[in-house]
Structures are given as C-alpha cells and as structure tokens.
Design a protein around this ligand. Structure first.
Ligand code: ADP
Ligand code: MG
Length: 749
C-alpha cells in the first residue's frame, strides 16, 4: 500500500506533509521513518535512587497523592497548585508546581493517574517540575483524554481521526522526536503511526545470510522497533541494525571509490640499478630507521604496480617522512617519470625545495656545470614568483628537465603541464581534500594516473582514518630516528607566576649564548583589526567569560627586541608579510643569521631548523591540541634537547588541557584527547553543514568496532562485485551515503 519512496502527502495528508517538508525537509515515507526519536520517555518500572539533574527534561507517570492550592503573595487573584505524584520511577514523590492553580485545580485531582513532562528545577536540595505538560489517563476507555502543554498534543494525537488510542499511554517507552513549535513530537508520532498502518514489507538490502553473520535484525523490523519499542532491548537491536547500515553505506562508497581508483592505469616504476636512488643512498649521512625501511618497502611495492598507489604516511614530526618520500621520488625518476611535491603554503614549498636540494646536493644539479651524470633537477613553482621565474619553471616542467616539482596546490589546480608525471607527494593531508586528490589523478599523461603518497604529522585516530580516509592505505612511522632527545614542555601560568615569563626570555638568551636558536609564537598578528588567527576554543573556562586580549606578534617583536631579548638578532614572521620577505626571513633563520624568530603559526608545519632548541608559545590556550603538538615539533630536531614553554593567562579546564599536552609527547594519545574535546561536526566538516547528514546513529568517534566490521564487509562484497551490479540494494546504500567527495578530515584548529 505504501513504500519507502512514496511521497508523504498520500499517507499523512497534505497539511502535515507540507509542515514536515518545511520544518524538517522530510518528503518521503523513508525520510520520515529515518527521523528517529532522540529519546524515549520511559515509564521504567525500576526505581531510581539518583535524582535528575537541574535542567533535565523528564517524563514522570504515576498517581496523584496530594494537591494543594497556595496563595501567591501580593497577587490575590492568582494561586499556585502544588501537586505530589507517586511514581514508579523515583523513590521520593515527584513535586510539580502550576502557576495557574485555579484552573488546573479543576483538572488534576488526587488518585488520578497522570503523566507529567517538564524540566527539573532545583530549590536548595529538593527538585520539582515547574508548570509541566500533563496528561490525565482515565481508566475509562471512552472518556476523553485531557492534557495540556507538551502533552496536550499527545492527548489530541491520541484522540485523532482514528479515535482514541489508549495504547500510546500504555507503552513503556514513548518516543520523543526532534520537534519544532509548529510540529511537535506528538504530531511526528501520529504521522509515524499512520505510516506504519499502511507500510508494505520493506525490502532489505542485506540478505538473511549477511544479517545472520552480523547478528542483525531485518530492516523493516528495525524501523518499526526504533519508533515503537516495547523494551529497551528493542531499541538496542534496532539501533544496532540501523547503525550498521550507516557504517556499511559509508564503507561501501569508500570501497567502490578505492576499487575505481585502483583499477586505473598507472606507470609501473621498478627503479633502476645504479640510478639516482642508489647514488643518494650511498651518500646518506645516517642509517635509515627500521620503520623507514619497512615503509620504504611498502611504497616500493606499490610503485612497481600498474595501478596507482594511494597511500597515507603518518608519522610524528621529525620521524623522517621527508627522506622516505624523497627516496620514493628518486625511484620514480629512475623509472623515467616526474614527481610533484605539494606543500600547504608557499613558505613551506620554498623550504621543501631547499631541503631537497641540500639533501640531494650535486644529484640535484642537472644542467649545471660539473653535475653528476645521473643528476636530476628540482623546480619550484609558487604563485608569488616573478613571471620570468615562473616561465622558466614551467618550461623545466613541460620538457621533463625537472625531475621534482615543488609547489603549493596551485600546481595541480592551474594549467601546469607535466612532461610525464608519475608520482605526487602531498605534505600535510589535513589541508588537502579528496577533490584535490581527484584533480591530481588527472595530471598524468594519456589517462594514466600518477601514484600518490599523502603525508601527515597530525596523527589521525584510527576511527577517522578508517571512515574518512578509507580509500587510502596507511603506513605509519612510529619511531623517531635514534639520538633524538625528547621535547620537554613546561606550562607557565603568567598571572600567578609572572617571574616565570621573565625566566623564559632568560632561557632563550642562554640557549642563544650556546649557539642555538629559538621561536616565539603568537596567536595574533596585530597589524590591523580583527586579526585573531586562532578560533577561540569553546572548551575552556566557562565559555562566556571575557578573555584577556592576546599578545600580537608585531607588538611582542618590538617589546622583545627592545627589552628582554635586546642585543640578539630577532626576526619577525607572519602571514601578511610579502612572500619574498617571508622567504628571506625564513632563510636567514635557517642559515643561523637570526637567533630568534618571533612568528605566528606560519611556522606550524614542516619547518625544519635543527639548530632551534627552544620555543615559547604565547597565549597557548588559544591553540588546539594537535596544533600545539605540531608547533613544538619544530624544536629539538637536531642533536640538542628541545624545550617548549607554554605561556597562558588561563585557569581551570584550559590550563588543565595545557598540562595534559605538556605531559605527553605521544601524538596518538594527544589526537585522541583532541578528538574528545571536539564535536563530531568538526570532523565531518563542511560535508555536514547545510546538507542532511546520513549519519544519524553512527558516531565516527565512538563506533570503531562497527566501522571496522562494516569495512570488512564492504571490501569483501566489492572485491567480488566491483561495481555492485549484482547488489542493487547495497549500491543504493552506497549512493545515499554521505557525499564523501566533500568529506574530509578538516583540522579546524
Ligand atoms: P618529518 O618530515 O617526518 O617531520 P624529516 O624527514 O624532516 O621528518 O626528518 C627530521 C630530521 O631528521 C631531518 O633533519 C632528517 O634529515 C633527519 N633524519 C631523518 N631520518 C633520519 C635517520 N634515520 N637518522 C637520523 N636522522 C634522520
Ligand atoms: Mg617533513
């Protein structure tokens, strides 16, 4: 009689359908059935010893034991009605107060069975419901149901066109829906019940075998039970099934995507004996770590295949990812193809080019006098370069003279032509979305897709990696190269210990006297209004408290140069300086011509000056956890121990958070901590805003077991049926999944 795809007006009537469409963007029977209750009013029979908390919305059911009218002072015409309710839920009687006592007094009487629904308010030790919605449940089946407030709608719903349905009140669990003033929970419930009266059997995309294997109930049953459960275990079984579906849909779409990407042709890069890579390895000044060797082998294998590699390389800051990626690039060049290295900013691109040139030495000087025979050449291409320099770079790229091309995202967005691009390395995944990965695939010659390696120093918790980056294989560098001293972090509460701040500057002077360098990082530029670089975190203090102003980098630069750091060579770096100035400052610091760099977070990612040992972060509470971890990874990269000083004016939870960051250097632990303090929406990022999310029950943070189970399921199905042509139901699920093109692990910090 009705199916999931039917439009609602034929089932619930035009008026309700219009409101549902306007208020909730609900149009079809399925849309409505996927509008799950967000809680259930329990009429649980177990007595609870724990009283509810201030502000809790509760529904209490029981018998009235006492009513009492009370005069309100200074208002002879108005009276309060105090009602005492004996419930099966709370050990102590529930008190409710009505302000229009004269009126309610005629409805609510002792010995009546009633339901109250309202918000808990405390006065000293005892709590009551203030003016709750109420419903009188008559024992007499034909008597009209009386109700008011939030429950008045329920009374109306129960006495709808189908007559009185007392069954609603006898439910041990009453679904409460996300609702609006125009369409209350009870209106939704009424429509849901109308749908179930007419609904045909719901086809199930999961076969009985699959359901049995995963211990899941049928889809039709699950939909019914989430709306009309009799017991808590009904709700659990329904949610298990529906949650699995959400995870499976997401994983199926990722598996399809992975399969599709993998089926494209790519250049098989087997490398060459006696080529660049061998020459490079021969001059490498250190031994590769075990982890570097292992990951190197994984990449070598992938590169030798005729299908594109899609691999994520994660590893702590300083774990040696750059060497790993460079060795992979050299293998590709040895195989006759070009490589591109994409960096998130121009400063970083320039730095990468310098790092690679210095690591390669004469191996990067092709075309120059006295170059090694197997040498290649590195081209840098950034937006702010002069036209002449750009033209020269573009020429080297199109002729294939440049073996490695370093640049920002502009490299793949603009019409840059490669001679024969075989491999793309992306530094810092979290600033690089799926769309860019796709664009990149089109940069190869004759429809061939380049291999891709995405590197990130922000550890991505497993659940996120699996659900959001599920189309990538993952490699992890867990160990730092030997001889690295761990970074020590100290929190300085500037208000209570101002002398410690002075000590921080003193410490910088001492390090500089030893020949080392230091960073001082600020959250704000200060060259204009509204230049706060960091979104205020909402998890600190009590949120509303006005925060003290932050230190601006331009001001601090002046103060330090004139005061505590006078006499030292201090440089200033922030994002609004001209590109060549930024680059010159970075270079000077890299060459040791500056002792201290006072900077904004432009130095956050990838900047590598091994001689820098100390970092002072001002207003550290304004930064996100992973960002602080990234920042401090800039020091202690050489043989000298690193020190990071976190200065803050905050107290309370914000200070607590900083202490936790200072207490560990384990990036994965910090990533988890970070995740806990953020909301799910941040992870889904733009994908969720403005669009209807298909993730209603699945939590990308908490539901790792389900996600893994669904991943295994999805990969197996897609392996046997690469386009899901034989599984139309599953294909439908995958298509309806979150539009993962736009799903990206966006680090908002
Ligand atoms: P990441 O890119 O992961 O942050 P890098 O590749 O920049 O790390 O390495 C950090 C520093 O450690 C660089 O100066 C690099 O030359 C050095 N390094 C890399 N691998 C090793 C190793 N196996 N042994 C000693 N030093 C290493
Ligand atoms: Mg690096």
């Amino acid at each position: 009689m009705t199916t999931l795809s039917d439009r609602l007006e034929f089932v619930v009537g035009g008026k309700a359908a219009t409101v549902l469409a306007e208020e909730f963007d609900i149009h079809t029977v399925e849309d409505l059935l996927r509008h799950y209750p967000h809680r259930y009013a329990t009429q649980a029979k177990e007595l609870s010893d724990t009283p509810p908390a201030e502000g809790d919305r509760i529904t209490a059911m029981g018998y009235i034991t006492k009513t009492e009218l009370k005069q309100i002072r200074n208002n002879p015409r108005q009276k309060l009605l105090l009602v005492t309710l004996d419930t099966d839920q709370y050990r102590k009687p529930v008190q409710a107060t009505f302000f229009n006592g004269n009126k309610v007094n005629h409805v609510l009487k002792a010995d009546m069975r009633v339901m109250f629904s309202g918000t808990v308010k405390y006065f000293r030790e005892s709590w009551s419901l203030q003016h709750p919605g109420y419903l009188v449940m008559s024992e007499d089946d034909d008597a009209p149901v009386k109700g008011a407030g939030a429950l008045g709608g329920l009374a109306k719903a129960a006495t709808g066109p189908g007559g009185l349905d007392k069954a609603i009140f006898d439910r041990s669990l009453i679904p409460i829906y996300p609702a609006t003033a125009k369409f209350e929970s009870w209106d939704v419930f009424r429509c849901i019940r109308q749908v179930f009266d007419l609904l045909d059997d719901v086809p199930d995309p999961l076969s009985p075998e699959i359901r049995a294997e995963h211990g899941l109930i049928e889809l039709g049953t699950a939909l019914r039970l989430i709306h009309l459960p009799d017991h808590k275990h009904d709700v659990d079984a329904a949610k298990d099934r529906l949650r699995f579906d959400e995870a499976a849909a997401l994983q199926l779409s990722l598996a399809l995507r992975r399969r599709e990407a993998h089926s494209r042709p790519a250049p098989a890069c087997a490398g060459r004996d006696g080529g660049l890579l061998d020459a490079f390895d021969a001059r490498l000044p250190f031994e590769l770590t075990e982890g570097q060797l292992e990951v190197g082998e994984e990449i070598t294998y992938d590169l030798s295949q005729r299908h594109p590699m899609s691999r994520l390389l994660q590893g702590e800051v300083g774990s040696g990812k750059t060497v790993v990626s460079l060795r992979a690039m050299l293998r590709v060049i040895d195989s006759g193809y070009q490589c591109a290295l994409l960096a998130p900013t121009e400063v970083l691109a320039a730095q990468h080019a310098r790092t690679l040139r210095s690591m390669l030495g004469e191996l990067a000087t092709a075309g120059e006098l006295g170059a090694a025979e197997e040498a290649t050449s590195i081209a840098l291409l950034t937006g702010s370069m002069s036209t002449a320099a750009k033209r020269e770079a573009l020429l080297k790229i199109v002729t294939g003279d440049a073996g490695i091309v370093v640049g920002t995202h502009a490299l793949i967005q603009d019409n840059v032509d490669f001679f024969d691009l075989g491999f793309v390395v992306v530094d810092e995944q979290h600033r690089f979305g799926v769309e860019q990965r796709d664009q990149l695939r089109s940069k190869g010659r004759d429809g061939v897709s380049p291999h891709m390696l995405v590197m990130t120093a922000t550890p991505i918790p497993r659940t996120i990696a699996v659900s959001v980056l599920g189309d990538l294989e993952t490699s992890t560098l867990r160990q730092l190269p030997a001889g690295r001293s761990p970074i020590v972090s100290r929190v300085v509460p500037a208000e209570s210990k101002p002398q410690w701040v002075d000590r921080a500057w003193q410490r910088i002077r001492e390090e500089v006297a030893e020949g080392r360098q230091a960073y001082v990082v600020c959250s704000r530029i200060g060259d204009g209004e509204n230049d706060e670089l960091i979104e205020p975190k909402d998890d600190d203090d009590d949120g509303k408290a006005k925060k003290p102003p932050t230190v601006a980098v331009v001001d601090l630069f002046e103060q330090l140069s004139a005061g505590p750091l006078a006499g030292l060579r201090v440089g200033l770096l922030h994002g609004r300086l001209p590109a060549d100035e930024k680059d010159a400052t970075m270079r000077a610091f890299g060459r040791g011509e500056l002792d201290v760099l006072v900077s904004t977070t432009v130095i956050e990612v990838g900047v590598d000056v091994p001689n820098a040992t100390t970092m002072v972060i001002m207003d550290a509470d304004r930064f996100g956890i992973s960002q602080l971890h990234q920042l401090r990874g800039r020091v202690g990269r050489g043989k000298h121990a690193g020190l990071c000083i976190l200065i803050t004016l905050s107290k309370g939870p914000a200070l607590e958070r900083l202490n936790k960051v200072a207490a560990t250097n384990d990036g994965f632990q910090l990533a988890t901590l970070d995740l806990e303090t953020r909301r799910e929406g941040d992870i889904l990022g733009a994908a969720q805003s403005g669009t209807k999310s298909n993730l209603r029950l699945l939590s990308l943070i908490d539901d790792l077991p389900v996600i893994l189970e669904a991943q295994k399921f999805a990969r197996e199905v897609v392996a046997g049926d690469p386009t899901l042509a034989d599984h139309p139901g599953l294909l439908g699920m995958a298509r309806a999944a979150v539009n993962h093109q736009r799903l990206d692990y966006i680090d908002k910090n």
